[in-house]
Design a protein around this ligand. Structure first.
Ligand code: 13P
Length: 334
């Protein structure tokens, strides 16, 4: 199967991606915020709960895993990767080692993880993983990002993407322009455009096949701390304007992260974007928080809450799936 076919399979029939690839540090923070103690076993039980929710495969074409999960078994003894495959869901893997402080550039980040990546990809391919993710983090303010931070992170994205393709995995390139801050939507659009343009330029220079890449990006929204919050129509128009300017039609798909938007916003904005389709690329979601927030807090680490948590997850999937088809309406009806 070609990379392009894999990319298309992941997003076929209006399906999207669940990002369940939180590093141990990140999932521990999220667990602790809702009173769950984070151990290898609780993390296994939680991921099992998500992946075995009824009909999850109607909405998810791909799930991004963290290294620990890849090596774990579901509660019925089947490997986690195999559990997804049996449902017709393509398993993927986060391979970056996190965004670290960029020396000499206060408040800016650079993503690490390139050393030894060729060998890691060879193992992941053997383990049955078919796509990958690498996230870089761009700080946004009136004066940031610097051109240096944009360039270094774009360069890293393309180095990772070339290695992923060499190993036969579809790279998701995810440059996230962070939505925190009090900047307005104009600044968000300006930065997102510069960041995506730099990433595409590096992909070309480093001979990455655009047909075998998925782009994961933030929506263009107002900074969360700003006085004026753009509504879904403005978010959709500004987001699509930036994407049309920067992402070639050769790219098979663009997926959005939720980025700390609340569930309603993440759903309403996705719906407004979908209503403006079709686009040159398939457009879909790759959410972590906007799909997992509810079920995680309903579960709260207790066995007796598993069924209710799975119901909550199914509901988030149903509404997000409706939004992805442009069929969602406020108040929750699909
Ligand atoms: P959120 O949807 O919570 O932003 O996470 C998506 C993701 O994968 C970030 O890397």
């Amino acid at each position: 199967m070609t990379l392009q076919e894999t990319a298309r399979e992941i997003l076929a029939d209006g399906r999207g991606i669940l990002a369940a690839d939180e590093s141990t540090g990140t999932i521990t923070k999220r667990f602790e915020a809702v009173g769950i103690s984070s151990t290898e076993e609780t993390r296994r039980r939680y991921r099992d709960l998500l992946f075995t929710t009824k009909d999850v495969e109607q909405y998810l074409g791909g799930v991004i895993l963290y290294d620990e999960t890849v090596r774990q078994d579901a509660l019925d003894g089947t490997g986690m990767v195999e559990t997804l495959r049996r449902r017709g869901i393509v398993p993927g893997i986060k391979v970056d080692a996190g965004a670290k402080d960029l020396a000499g550039f206060p408040a800016e980040k650079v993503t690490e993880g390139l050393d030894g990546l060729r060998e890691r990809f060879a193992e992941y391919a053997d383990l049955g993983l078919r796509f990958a993710k690498w996230r870089s983090v761009i700080t946004v303010s009136d004066t940031l990002p610097t051109a240096t931070a944009i360039d270094l992170n774009a360069h890293g994205q393309a180095r990772y993407a070339a290695l992923a393709q060499e190993a036969g995995l579809v790279p998701i390139v995810e440059p996230e322009s962070i939505m925190d801050g009090d900047h307005g939507i104009d600044r968000s659009a300006e930065v997102t455009e510069a960041v995506l343009a730099a990433v595409v330029e590096q992909l070309r220079r480093q001979r990455v096949a655009l047909e075998g890449v998925l782009v994961k990006t933030n929506m263009v929204v107002s900074g969360y701390g700003g006085p004026d919050q753009a509504g879904p129509d403005e978010v959709a128009d500004r987001t699509l304007e930036v994407l049309h300017r920067t992402i070639p039609a050769a790219v098979p798909g663009i997926v959005f992260l939720s980025g700390g938007q609340d569930d309603e916003q993440a759903t309403a904005n996705l719906d407004a974007i979908a209503r403006r389709g079709p686009q040159p690329w398939t457009v879909s979601f790759s959410y972590a928080r906007a799909l997992q927030g509810r079920p995680m807090s309903v579960w709260a680490g207790a066995e007796e809450n598993v069924a209710a948590a799975q119901d909550a997850f199914a509901e988030r999937l149903r509404l997000t799936g409706a939004a992805n088809r442009g069929e969602w309406s406020p108040g929750g009806a699909a």
